[in-house]
Design a protein around this ligand. Sequence first.
Ligand code: FE2
Length: 188
Amino acid sequence: MNRLTMETARELLQKTTTHPQLLQHALAVSAAMGAMARHFGAEAEHWEAVGFLHDYDYQQYPEEHLRHTEAPLREAGVDEESIRAILAHGWGVCSDVEPLTEMEKSLYVVDAASALVGATAKMRPTGISDLQASSVTKKFKDRSFAATVNRETINKGAAMLGMERAEIFTLCIEGMRPHAIRLGITAK
Ligand SMILES: [Fe+2]
């Protein structure tokens, strides 16, 4: 079975997801996953595709997130490695699949970390153009800021990878910066 490609990920997500915010989130996670893959010397296009598709069933089944993912993706010919990573991103919340590989752990952490990076960038007149991890860390500590972003997931994911939180923010920033226009986080 071939590994998931961006082309297939786009085709599949298009069938279930139309909300601009969800599509922006898919792009942010995808871009962050590309940076994580490069960090680990892995195949960036594959990780980007998995990131893009990770919330496949969320728009249709927000209350049953990840329970309408495995069967349709398998049916569509998506490889098991990609399916497992997608299921593992909801570990402890809406899935009991534990992240084990670098790709799985990366997806688990950047789902939340890229959201915090995006929210921080959106607040700044200069957007993501000169954003540093230290600014994201300040917002991380301010729990009332972007309160829906799960800080615990970011801490747990970083620990699983044996990385500093700031390093993960830096990789998210690097991955997301080239997509600033589509992510709505350019300088104003
Ligand atoms: Fe997500």
